[in-house]
Design a binder for this molecule. Sequence first.
Ligand SMILES: *Cc1c(COP(=O)(O)O)cnc(C)c1O
Length: 407
Amino acid sequence: MTDWKSYVSHLECGATGERLEADRLHNLSPAGKPILVRYDLDALARDLDRDRLATRAPDLWRYRELLPVRDPANAVSLGETATPVLRLDAVVSGGPLFIKDEGRLPTGSFKARGLCLAVCMAKALGVERMAMPSNGNAGAALAAYATRAGIESVVLCPADTPEINLQEIALQGATVYKVDGLIDDCGKIVGRYKERMGWFDTSTLKEPYRIEGKKTMGLELAEQFQWRLPDVILYPTGGGTGLIGMWKAFAELKRIGWLEGDMPRMVAVQATGCAPIVRAFEAGADHAERWQDASTVAAGIRVPAALGDFLILDAVRKSGGFAIAVEDDAILAARKEVARTEGLLLCPEGAATYAAYKTAREAGRIAADESAVLFNCATGLKYPMPDGSIDLVPDADGSFDATFGPD
Ligand SMILES: *Cc1c(COP(=O)(O)O)cnc(C)c1O
C-alpha cells in the first residue's frame, strides 16, 4: 500500500509519563504500569484530512496513521471489518439509543481488534511465542491472529470456561490449559513461567498495543457519528482495555481537530457479582481492590482485579460519567428482551449495557434527551441460549394441522 504511514513517535508509562522507546519489546513500564503509545499528532494533523478516510476500505486499517504498525507487511489481518451501529427503536423511551455490534469481527468478538494489533507488533518485533490468561474471547483472538502470523500461542483459562471457547482456541492453533482459579490466577501462572517457557506475556495491558487495537472502536464510532460523539457511552468493563482505548481515541481526535462537540460521558458497566471498579468509583478511590469470589454470567467482565484500574477510573471521572453494576437476572432478562423486540441476539456482556442503561435512565443518571451508545462485544451465538420454551411438534398424524393450520 503506497499511502501507509504510522505517526507513532514513542511510548509512555501510563502512570508516571516516563518516555520509552518505540520499536522495541515492552511489557509493563519500569514503574510496573501499563504503557501507552504516543503519536506525532501535530504532524498528523498537518498531513491528513479526515475526509481522506472515506476513500479507504471500511476496516480497522483505515486509521493506520493512528496505529503503531509501520510496515504493512506486518499488518496481520483476518478482515477487521467496521462494525455497524444500530438504532434500538422498540425499547425504552428516552433519547436516541444505539448499539455498536462488535460480534461481526473475526473470532466473533471485539477482542479481535486488540489482539490483531498485539500480534502485528509481536511479529514486527520478532516474538515467537505469546501467552495469555483468558476467559475465552481474548484467547480465541490471540490463537487466530498468532496462527495467522506464524507465532506460537499458549492460553490459560479458568477451568469453568465454556467448552466451546476452549475448543475454539485449541482449534485455531493455540495450546490451551485449564486452571483451577479465576483469570488473575491464570495470569499469575503466565508470569511465573514466561521466562522458562520463552513466552511473551500478552496479558491485558501488559503489552502496549492491545489498547491501540481497541482504540479503533472509538475512532470508528466518531466517524460513524460524523465526528460528533453521542452524549453517553456504556461499556461492559472487565480489564477496561476498550474504555481506556476509546477515551484515548477521543483525546487524540480532539487534538488533531477532527472531533466536533463535547466528549461523551463514559459509563463503566459491571456485574454485581464482580464490580471492583464500581466499588472504587463510589468510594472515590484511584485504585480498585481485588473483588473476592467473583461470579457472573457475563464471563468477559469477570475480572476481579484490573491492572488499568486507575486509567479506567480516571476516564470515567474526567468524562463526567459513572460506574454501575447490574444483577445477573437483569442481564439475562435484557438479553431476552432485546432479542425478542429488536431481533438482536446479544452476548451477556452486551446485554449488561442495556440493563445498565435502563437502570440509569430510571434513576435519572442518564437524561431523557441524552443520546447513548451500548456495546455488544461478542456474537450472542457463542453463549448458551436462554430457555425459549420450544414445544415439541405433535406427531404428524393430522394433529399438526390442527395445531398450526389456518383458523
Ligand atoms: C473482554 C470482554 C469484555 C471486557 O472488555 P475489556 O475491554 O477487557 O474491559 C466484555 N465483553 C466481552 C464479550 C469480552 O470478551
